[in-house]
Design a binder for this molecule. Structure first.
Ligand code: ZN
Length: 267
């Protein structure tokens, strides 16, 4: 008897080799669940899946159920771009895909996570290089907030007092969940961050992408915002977003690595 089949729309988060010609594809499905499936023959040049299962793009799929589901049919979703991503676009889409694979779960539908992921990848696909790091920072923080890991950026995590009035500098603790006012004792992991940086983080989490695209955040600051996100994800999800490390050390963007700013105050 043929295996039962089902259709889903899904974003391709990751591809891994399986045997000589096949791939295992990690999918964020439209209900927000995470799923792995086999794409047979997808490593063959010109194979039917080869051009339709593009990383970070959305495809309409038919799958057959099995111990590992098998992709029987695939096509790019109608409104997906047909052009190839640039290296820079792929570099900022990778940490987003990695984070999504951490926060999505096999048995937990999160349809809003899929919508956010799709909108985020579309923004990256359509962006010019100068805005890629800013959009990456926005997407990463939005996903963290959507997944329930939203930092407190305007009120002290201990006493709830507004702390943006405290001056130009704040203390920020990933372990405690955000900013700490000047009256409360800062924990040992607290960093000094500028009020400006805290405001940018809050803006990137809360604003719509079209509003974000209208504001220009320089690449150095965007990388610092991303390094805060890396520490935040490590603390709250318990996983390191390795492709952020690549972003910080690659030469694709002109900005300096935030690691060079470690042990210094953050802009
Ligand atoms: Zn306080």
């Amino acid at each position: 008897m043929a295996a039962p089949t089902y259709k889903t729309r899904a974003i391709i988060l990751r591809k891994r080799k399986l045997r000589e010609k096949d791939l295992i594809v990690e999918l964020l499905c439209e209900d927000g669940t995470l799923r792995s499936a086999v794409a047979k023959g997808a490593r063959k040049p010109g194979g039917s899946h080869a051009a339709r299962l593009e990383l970070f793009r959305t495809a309409d799929l038919m799958l057959a159920r099995g111990s590992l589901d098998i992709i029987c049919e695939s096509r790019l979703a109608p409104d997906e771009p047909r052009s190839e991503s640039t290296l820079e676009q792929a570099a900022v889409a990778s940490p987003l895909a990695e984070l999504l694979s951490f926060v999505a779960q096999e048995d937990l539908p999160q349809p809003r996570l899929f919508e956010l992921a799709r909108a985020s990848f579309a923004q990256i696909d359509g962006a010019k290089e100068a805005q890629l790091l800013e959009l990456c920072a926005a997407a990463i923080w939005k996903v963290l907030a959507q997944a329930g890991y939203r930092p407190s950026l305007s009120e002290c995590v201990f006493c709830s007092r507004p702390c943006l009035d405290d001056g130009d500098w704040l203390r920020f603790s990933a372990r405690e969940g955000g900013c700490i006012c000047h009256s409360c004792e800062a924990p040992s992991d607290a960093l000094s961050i500028s009020a400006n940086l805290a405001s940018w983080c809050a803006f990137l989490i809360n604003a719509r992408f079209d509003a974000i695209r209208d504001c220009v955040l320089d690449d150095d600051t965007a990388l610092v915002v991303l390094s805060l996100a890396r520490d935040w994800a490590q603390e709250h999800i318990g996983k390191r977003i390795l492709s952020l490390d690549f972003l910080f050390t690659c030469d694709l963007f002109e900005a300096n690595s935030p690691d060079s700013k470690e042990n210094h105050d953050l802009v």
